[in-house]
Design a protein around this ligand. Structure first.
Ligand code: GLU
Length: 411
């Protein structure tokens, strides 16, 4: 039986979701959903996705990723996500954002702190914060409001740091044989996350051979000139309108020969149809810049063929780490420093534990995150002894380094 896109209840488990709020505004036609997955560690954190195709089940799955992401990054936040069903470029986006903010205001910011996600920008955050009437309602606000907008490339920066360190570590462990100076990279999706991932990887000296967006794909086995393409895209708007390149259909990105494949677009794009293509194209490493880009079935197929998959909640935490710095009133420089520090610590920790335990990076990272969330859940019940016992047991199982939050928030 296939799952209805509204059937979030059937996915409820020991972690959440704590709240699912469906909202509808008959005046504007706005339909939205807020899923607060788990608030044991702190207020649920997560962006607002504004797309025609977003569903309550997808918002729940994205909220769950935020629960693990914030716990793994050692941030004092739980996990949540907002979804508005519509095309932000076709509806009255300001009216819809105001309407969504008004509808979920009772939960903001004590149980939910919003941010940008697919389809939303710093301007939407300005509208959202204003409508709620509290600067703490969301992060990713414009710098004029004291924000650190995600448009600075915080997520993409973290993805580049994670890619570089993963390649170096897997080479060191002998798990992969790929000189980072020779490695070729294909990036699927060229929005905020994909474009900044390309920019920062290019600055680190990586050869990016293919990029795609919703309109098409461009490819050059010798490497693309990323700074030039970024400038050209500012006027062209989309890949299909770039004049000096041969434009392929967007699906071509899965067939292009590359060592590292970076999905930076929507959910479930690496599935049982596309995973075999990546294997055929020689992909050795998948770095999940998007949230939930790989289906469970596809991940199995990839791992069985020796492809490494580094999960979203390690790799793309740069955005929410930047959000945390904004929330605390920090600066842009502090945000980038903390992203570099935290993502490096987590990549090192997870890959080292993978060597020792022969489990997948996702499984290891999930166990660390779950241990932290579980401990907070036990503590909020007042069960301090049980929490200590649980924690000690987990620690001896994996010898996880679970640092004190106060010591991990500063490099
Ligand atoms: N939308 C981003 C993510 O999925 C950022 C969330 C946030 O900063 O709260 O991680």
């Amino acid at each position: 039986m296939s799952l209805s896109v509204y059937d979030v209840w059937s996915l409820a488990d020991e972690w959440g979701p704590e709240k699912v709020v469906f909202v509808y505004d008959p005046d504007t036609g706005m339909r939205g959903v807020l899923v607060i997955d788990n608030t044991a560690i702190g207020p649920g954190k997560g962006g607002i996705r504004f797309t025609p195709t977003v569903t309550p089940v997808e918002v729940f799955r994205l909220a769950r990723v935020m629960t693990w992401k914030c716990a793994l990054a050692g941030l004092p936040f739980g996990g949540a996500k907002g979804g508005i069903m519509g095309d932000p470029n076709k509806v009255d986006r300001v009216a819809w954002m105001k309407s969504f903010a008004k509808a979920i205001k009772p939960y903001v910011p004590l149980q939910y702190v919003a941010a940008t996600d697919m389809g939303t920008t710093e301007l939407d955050m300005a509208v959202f914060a204003h409508e709620v009437g509290d600067v703490r309602a969301c992060t990713g606000k414009p710098s004029e409001m004291g924000g650190i907008p995600h448009e600075l490339g915080t997520t993409g920066y973290g993805v580049a740091v994670a890619t570089d360190l993963t390649l170096k570590m897997l080479n060191k462990f002998g798990s992969i044989s790929l000189d980072p100076r020779e490695a070729t990279v294909a990036i699927q999706g060229f929005g905020n996350v994909g474009s900044f991932t390309a920019k920062f990887l290019d600055e680190l000296g990586y050869k990016i051979v293919a990029i795609s967006d919703i309109s098409g794909c461009i490819y050059n086995p010798e490497g693309l000139d990323i700074p030039l393409i970024m400038r050209e895209l500012q006027t062209a708007g989309s890949i299909e309108k770039l004049s000096r390149y041969e434009i392929y259909p967007k699906e071509k990105i899965f067939d292009v020969k590359s060592d590292v494949f970076i999905p930076a677009a929507s959910s479930d794009t690496i599935n049982s149809e596309t995973a075999p293509k990546l294997i055929k194209a020689g992909t050795k490493l998948v770095i999940e810049a998007a949230n939930i880009p790989t289906t469970a079935e596809a991940e199995k197929i990839l791992i069985q063929s020796g492809v490494w998959v580094i999960p979203d909640f390690i790799v793309n935490a740069g955005g929410v780490i930047g959000s945390y710095v904004e929330y605390k009133g920090g600066t842009e420089k502090e945000a980038f420093d903390l992203i570099n520090y935290k993502i490096s610590v987590n990549v090192k920790l997870v890959l080292t534990l993978v060597q020792q335990n022969s489990l997948t990076p996702r499984k290891i990272a999930q166990e660390i995150a779950k241990t932290r969330v579980k401990r907070a859940m036990l503590l909020r019940r007042g069960a301090i002894d049980v929490a200590r016992e649980y924690f000690a047991r987990q620690k001896s199982l994996y010898e996880f380094m679970v640092p004190d939050l106060r010591n991990t928030t500063h490099p």
